[in-house]
Design a protein around this ligand. Structure first.
Ligand SMILES: Nc1nc2c(ncn2[C@@H]2O[C@H](COP(=O)(O)OP(=O)(O)OP(=O)(O)O)[C@@H](O)[C@H]2O)c(=O)[nH]1
Ligand SMILES: [Zn+2]
Length: 221
């Protein structure tokens, strides 16, 4: 039997790719989250010595709470999961379809600093096709969580495999982690590449084809 977390949250991905959620993750409303986070941010800023009576800072705890719940971490709320409706592959398109250069804005769960980059997603239809924008939307949904890039990559692939009813899905993400670029080792140039190749994409030639499409210059201006 599915437990409550699986049912409400990550039932679309396998156990290794689940976001670590608390058992009571869904027992608290968005409204309650906003109030609690606002108060926690107030504590952090006050501890740092900031004067929250200052005009510019007065609204900050509330702004941060709203940004966390409604935007940056909105992918923790299953009600924000995009509907991945599929339709029949009537035109019998049999090649791979690649959605590349999908913008990724995520947050590293170790430091709560931004991860910014691009995702490239591909699948080969076995009868079902999906609207192009749904690939961008599913990347964004899982990106809007505290993340590690490996897990984000796997979540995107597994969610699409489930929706499309095929193993033949792949994702490559190339992203900069501000925790590496702006603090710690402070290497502004480095970026992180992760990949997950399901089904036919494990085949060397098919993988090569996908990677070649990613490299293609797309300049339509
Ligand atoms: N595998 C993985 N590591 C990540 C990701 N995002 C950040 N990290 C790393 O997580 C590690 C956390 O290491 P710690 O030693 O606990 O933290 P730290 O002392 O802040 O480490 P430094 O960043 O080296 O200063 C760092 O090396 C980060 O670069 C990610 O998406 N995947
Ligand atoms: Zn980090």
């Amino acid at each position: 039997m599915k437990n409550r977390i699986d049912e409400l949250g990550d039932d679309h991905v396998g156990s290794s790719a689940k976001t670590p959620l608390r058992a009571d993750a869904f027992d608290i409303s968005d409204q309650e989250k906003l109030i609690k986070i606002e108060s926690s941010v107030k504590d952090i800023l006050t501890t740092l010595g900031m004067d929250l009576e200052d005009d510019s800072l007065k609204g900050t705890p509330q702004r941060v709470a709203k940004a966390y719940v409604n935007e940056i971490f909105s992918g923790l709320n299953p009600k924000n999961r995009p509907k991945l409706s599929t339709f029949d592959n009537n035109y019998k398109y049999g090649e791979m379809l690649v959605e590349k250069n999908i913008t990724v804005y995520s947050t590293c769960e170790h430091h709560l600093l931004p991860i910014v980059g691009r995702a490239h997603v591909a699948y080969i239809s076995n009868g079902n096709v999906i609207g192009l924008s749904k690939m961008n939307r599913i990347v964004d949904y899982y990106a809007k969580r505290p993340q590690v890039q490996e897990r984000l990559t796997m979540q995107v692939v597994q969610a699409l495999q489930e929706a499309l009813g095929t193993e033949d899905v792949a994702c490559v993400i190339d992203a900069k982690h501000l925790c590496v670029n702006s603090r710690g080792v402070r290497d502004i140039e480095s970026s992180t590449v992760t990949s997950e190749f399901g089904g036919k994409f494990k085949n060397k030639e098919i993988k090569r084809e996908f990677l070649d499409y990613i490299k293609m210059e797309t300049d339509f201006e």
